[in-house]
Design a protein around this ligand. Structure first.
Ligand SMILES: [Zn+2]
Length: 314
């Protein structure tokens, strides 16, 4: 088969030969595509291709020396392939990467979410070869309807405040925190953010996202606020006297259950759950699948049992 002329391998990132192209490598490379701004996908490459929002959102010290900023759906013609970035529904600026060569259509999902919290769906292009993330690639990760989870989060916040406690939602600073802000704004309570989430919220605003007003946790609370705080900024909660925390993450209490402040867990994710990963595979139409990240081995073997030619890359 012609597509077998492409060699896809893992060397601290996805390498496609003979294109000499890297996707989200974790070592500095001459030319790489950066699918989105989360730091586990970004290194300071010599030349990187990314969406304009990704270029703004990545840490200053990880910005490439040279960047090709490619808007969604625009085609970039390279010497022996063309490349297109397509929304992946994960965070602002996140992209699936479509690579068209004379041998095959390749689709790399990057971190992907098929169904948004508001029910809209991410479009999956057709491909011969799919490279898919499998962060939640085992059946036990099956997430409930986000609308129901958001209702539970509203209830948790209202009840905590009624009982004289400050509710603190522990959520990743980039993407999750800003989506939570937008989802919580109709509740009508003030939002307070840790410094990391606040800095990213300002960048989201600069990029045209309608982010509700917020105060900074470091300036002290005025009363009746909902706090949104990155797990890595957990120390910023120390100044609060009566606080109850809830984890907002696809990962279960296995990661955060040890924390004495944590009273609740809300499985709200910006990744696909197991069923949606299978749906991405189906919608892509690909017969050859490479699996990366998370439960890569488990998901690849699941796909093999379903009749696909699948292999775990890492
Ligand atoms: Zn990510």
């Amino acid at each position: 088969m012609k597509e077998s002329k492409l060699k896809i391998s893992w060397e601290k990132g996805i390498k496609i030969e003979p294109l000499n192209l890297w996707l989200d490598p974790l070592s500095r490379q001459p030319l790489a595509v950066v699918s989105h701004a989360h730091s586990d996908h970004v290194r300071r490459h010599h030349h990187a291709i990314m969406t304009p929002p990704t270029h703004i959102l990545i840490d200053d010290n990880l910005r490439p020396e040279q960047a090709t900023l490619l808007s969604y759906e625009k085609e970039l013609e390279m010497e022996n392939y063309s490349l297109r970035l397509i929304p992946s529904g994960h965070i602002l600026g996140s992209a699936q990467v479509e690579i068209v060569t004379e041998y095959a259509h390749v689709l790399y999902t990057g971190d992907i979410r098929l169904k948004q919290w508001d029910g809209t769906q991410t479009y999956i292009p057709q491909a011969d070869i799919l490279i898919i993330e499998a962060t939640y690639g085992i059946p036990r990760y099956s997430f409930p309807d986000p609308k129901l989870v958001l209702e539970q989060i509203y209830d948790f916040c209202r009840k905590s405040i009624k009982n004289g406690y400050t509710p603190a939602l522990l959520a990743y600073a980039m993407g999750k925190a800003q989506e939570l802000m937008k989802s919580l704004s109709p509740v009508g309570l003030r939002l307070a953010l840790d410094s990391k989430s606040a800095a990213i919220a300002e960048k989201y605003r600069m990029l045209g996202v309608d982010i509700p007003d917020f105060i900074r946790l470091s300036n002290g609370l005025e009363g009746d606020e909902i706090v949104i705080c990155a797990p890595s900024s957990r120390h910023e909660l120390k100044q609060l006297k009566r606080v109850v925390a809830a984890v907002v993450s696809g990962w279960g209490l296995e990661k955060y259950g040890y924390d004495p402040l944590v009273r609740a867990f809300f499985p709200l994710s910006d990744h696909c759950d197991y069923q949606d990963l299978l749906e991405v595979v189906k919608q892509s139409g690909a017969s050859t699948i490479y699996v990366t990240h998370g439960f890569a081995k488990e998901f690849a073997s699941d796909l093999v049992n379903r009749g696909f030619n699948a292999v775990a890359l890492c």
